[in-house]
Design a binder for this molecule. Structure first.
Ligand code: GTP
Ligand code: SPV
Ligand code: MN
Length: 592
């Protein structure tokens, strides 16, 4: 395509900077057509029809699941690829030991080679998107250029995409340049590169969510975390939820759990029958952007407008809101199908799979029918517990930040940090068992500070310093808590029923935020007294709650040693205050 910017078929009023970038990319990738996405319903329908024609989407049973389609990804392309994800800062230390790094020039050269003429014969889509409410001062925009219609349709569901975003880019003057091609889907030719200093993302060779929907982890966490530090806010891997008590008061909680550790489930929790009058309002299920407000509190928005959620395990008991919202107008990726064309997955508890996620006749010898990281993509408004506050330009005030992980032992059901700075240590010391959301071994405990190990676009030492600095700026900081729904007994069974019953724990957290709620002071923080969490009707054995809340000093001494070695890996850049918090925790445990 050797056309000047004026001939790119751009919508009138498209900003000059955008035209220039699109022209440059087109000259390099040589698409047959350019389509500027306007975000309309008719555009979405046309995209869906086109993908049905090309086989990228399979129509599911429209009687039972109207508007639902199945995408089968390449079997080598089913999760995030952390070993192929890079943060390319000029100085290696700015990316830190927590990121894979390549020098920007080298990364650019490598990616230029991959992108060269890669869109020949294909359509290049220009996808303007806004992360956050269009009228929010906290929102940030980007443009994804992609050759994948699946990405376009997904971005339409997941973000505020189209003409209004392009207009806002014109007003803002700056935007994140996010370039994507599915390429050959060859794992040997697959890279996800971030250039935070110039607000650029380049992703090649994958069509999977976190690698390809660049507004999500690449922009809203890796690039945004960098922007947030320089501008004085925070971009976190947190769900955002309003918890309304029977008196009608709503507290907002932002919770950071690693991938596939329960954010979507908690974000749309259905109160158990034993807690009448409680209500949960979903604002977000994966990412929160947090800003200090003039009132000294922390205010949060969800930059996304849809959910890219784990399918297996979803049913009317575990997550009824999700179960109902994905019965229509949903794109499924890598689930199984029944003989009558209905989507099927492990944990659905009705129907039988006829074809597995790869389209083969189902045979249990081949493993699960649905891929363990199969996903739904759906607009947030389809969720019955959707909070209208998700569209509030100024966001919502946060009462508590909650960290959590998947720990079969050690971490109690819930505890509260002593204060903000101790809370930063609690977050920095997080660890969790790995899941199917990323390629690699599953079930291995790894350090995952603030659930941000795969997502912080700069050196963790600087990130913790930023957390500490943010605390200084908050006259009324939220309480900081840690939860663990995944503690197990000797036989490997979960000790805590989880899901809707987690509201009992949120109740205690909110009580603590209001200065109520009984707790004992332990070396790791404030732990509920044995009867502080209402367990009426749960049928827990007498010893179970004690086990769930147990803090064993010898185990924690070992954990704190491991946290110490881990933090020491950040060398001289580690904030002194975090060192001090760690030393104080060690001292408390030594005396216990
Ligand atoms: P990402 O989208 O990867 O960031 O994941 P997420 O944190 O949103 O996790 P999600 O809510 O999708 O849950 C992942 C898995 O954990 C699912 O299989 C759930 O069924 C399971 N899960 C969620 N909450 C609980 C819980 O309270 N207890 C138990 N035992 N399992 C849970
Ligand atoms: C996660 O892995 O944390 C997800 C899915 O939320 S992805 O969008 O692939 O990152
Ligand atoms: Mn996530």
């Amino acid at each position: 395509m050797d056309k000047a910017p004026e001939f790119l078929d751009a919508p009138p009023g498209a900003p000059r900077k955008v035209l220039q970038w699109v022209a440059d990319v087109a000259a390099h990738t040589r698409p047959a057509h350019i389509h500027w996405c306007d975000g309309s319903d008719s555009e979405y329908r046309t995209m869906i029809q086109g993908m049905q024609g090309s086989g990228l989407l399979i129509e599911l049973n429209q009687q039972t699941h109207p508007g639902c389609y199945l995408h089968r990804s390449n079997p080598s392309d089913v999760a995030r690829v952390e070993h192929l994800t890079f943060v390319c800062t000029e100085q290696r230390d700015d990316a830190g030991p927590n990121n894979h790094w390549i020098a920007p020039d080298e990364a650019r050269a490598r990616m230029a080679g991959l992108f060269a003429e890669c869109m020949r014969g294909r359509t290049m889509y220009v996808v303007p998107y806004c992360m956050g409410p269009l009228d929010s001062p906290y929102a940030r925009c980007g443009i994804e250029i992609t050759d994948s219609p699946y990405v376009v349709a997904s971005m339409r569901l997941m973000t505020r995409m189209g003409a209004a975003a392009l207009e806002r880019i014109g007003r803002d003057g700056s935007f994140v340049r996010a370039l994507h091609s599915t390429g050959e889907l060859d794992p040997e030719r697959r890279f996800i590169m971030h250039f935070p200093e110039t607000l650029e993302i380049q992703s090649y060779g994958s069509g999977y969510g976190g690698n390809a929907l660049l507004g999500k982890k690449c922009h809203a966490l890796r690039i945004a975390s960098w922007q947030a530090r320089s501008e004085g806010w925070m971009a976190e891997h947190m769900l955002l939820v309003g918890v309304e008590n029977p008196a009608g008061q709503t507290h907002y909680l932002a919770c950071a759990f690693p991938s596939a550790c329960g954010k979507t489930n908690l974000a749309m929790l259905l109160p158990p029958a034993t807690m009448p009058g409680w209500k949960i309002w979903t604002l977000g299920d994966d990412i929160a952007w947090l800003h200090p407000g003039p009132d000294g509190r922390l205010w949060a928005i969800n930059p996304e407008a849809g959910y890219f959620g784990v399918v297996p395990g979803t049913n009317a008991q575990t997550n009824r809101h999700a179960f109902e919202m994905i019965r229509h107008d949903t794109i499924f990726t890598n689930v199984a199908v029944t003989a009558t064309g209905e989507p099927w997955w492990e944990g659905l508890e009705t129907g039988v799979p006829a074809f597995d996620w790869q389209g083969r006749p189902y045979d249990p010898k081949n493993g699960p029918a649905a891929h363990p990281n199969s996903r739904f993509t759906v607009a947030a408004r389809q969720n019955a517990s959707y909070s209208p506050m998700a569209d509030a330009a100024g966001g919502v005030p946060v009462s508590a930040l909650v960290f959590g992980g998947r720990r079969r032992a050690l971490a109690p059901l819930v505890y509260q940090s002593r204060d903000w700075n101790h809370g930063v240590l609690v977050g920095a010391g997080m660890a969790s068992e790995t899941t199917a959301a990323a390629t690699g071994a599953i079930g291995v405990v790894r350090r995952d500070p603030m659930a941000m190990q795969p997502f912080t676009g700069y050196n963790f030492a600087d990130y913790w310093a930023h957390w500490l600095a943010m605390g200084q700026r908050l006259a009324r900081p939220p309480g900081i808590f840690h939860v663990n729904w995944f503690r197990r007994d000797a036989a490997g069974r979960f000790l805590w029923p989880g899901f809707g019953e987690n509201l009992r724990v949120l109740d205690w957290i909110i009580q603590r935020c209001e200065g109520r709620g009984a707790a004992v002071d332990t070396p790791i923080g404030h732990v509920p007294t044995p009867d502080a969490i209402d367990c009426a009707g749960l049928g827990l054995d007498a010893g179970t709650m004690a086990e769930l809340l147990a803090v064993r000093a010898p185990d924690w001494r070992q954990e704190m040693d491991e946290i110490g070695s881990y933090l020491a890996g950040y060398g001289a850049r580690l904030p002194e205050e975090l060192r001090r918090q760690h030393a104080a925790a060690v001292a408390r445990l030594a005396g216990a």
